[in-house]
Design a protein around this ligand. Structure first.
Ligand SMILES: [Zn+2]
Length: 247
């Protein structure tokens, strides 16, 4: 029996019993933590807001035989604005599902935790299009899972690529024009974005807003993420980066 405190982000929750909820937390030091929040559905429970998805804070947990309960939470951000904007909310829900598929118990992921909170701050408070924030989050998410697409050389023959190419989401990268590939053509500009974005600090993604090739890169990135992370059924209509929406 022990009490411990960890920063965490709520990924999801479900009702349990009459007054409780089971909550899936993402902790940078512990990875995925499933914890019960006893009494949080009672009126005036101090945990009522602490169990909502997107809430981040310092969670005080009580551990007993591999089971956790939430004793207390000091909320640092509820990301309230994104919950009130359906479009942004859809993007955020998609991120939480991506995280839910990849984070495992007892698997620390401090860098992914930081990227997630920064991305959420952009989605909640920022002015950039949510499609661009999602694209940046996806690319860094894949990098931190060791799944960056290979964009500097052909995934079939290994020769360096310096120009237009094709993109094969199943092979996970660019295919040179000399090799067989049924995938779409990728412009040199979009290919370079996919190559460089995972290698630059997360917040630099804002510079992409002025690059005309980012929607193309984002669309190809999505096809790759959907395939690798098995997300197709979760994000069908979320994404239309080539639409005529104002920037
Ligand atoms: Zn090739």
């Amino acid at each position: 029996m022990a009490s411990l405190t960890t920063p965490a982000l709520v990924l999801r929750r479900s009702d349990y019993g009459d007054y409780d909820r089971m909550v899936t937390l993402f902790s940078p030091e512990m990875g995925r933590v499933d914890a019960i929040a006893r009494g949080c559905r009672r009126p005036k429970s101090p945990l009522v807001n602490a169990v909502e998805p997107f809430t981040s804070g310092e969670y005080q947990l009580y551990a007993h035989k591999d089971r956790f309960s939430i004793e207390h939470c000091q909320i640092s951000d509820s990301y309230y604005e994104l919950r009130a904007d359906y479009d942004r909310l859809c993007h955020g829900v998609y991120w939480l599902r991506l995280l839910g598929t990849s984070i495992l118990p007892d698997s620390p992921a401090p860098d992914l935790f930081i990227v997630t909170l920064r991305a959420l701050a952009h989605l909640n408070y920022g002015e950039l299009r949510p499609e661009l924030v999602t694209f940046a989050f996806e690319m860094h998410f894949m990098r931190l899972n060791g799944l960056s697409p290979r964009m500097d050389a052909c995934v079939r023959c290994g020769r360096p690529i310096d120009g237009d190419a094709r993109f094969d989401p199943e092979l996970g990268g660019a295919v040179c024009m000399n090799c067989r590939c049924d995938g779409p053509v990728i412009s040199n500009g979009a290919r370079r974005i996919l190559m460089k974005l995972p290698r630059t600090p997360f917040d630099k993604f804002q510079l992409l807003a002025d690059r005309p090739e980012w929607p193309e890169a984002a669309r190809l990135c999505r096809s790759y993420v959907n395939l690798r992370m098995n997300m197709d059924r979760f994000a069908p209509k979320l994404y239309a980066p080539d639409s005529d929406r104002p920037a």
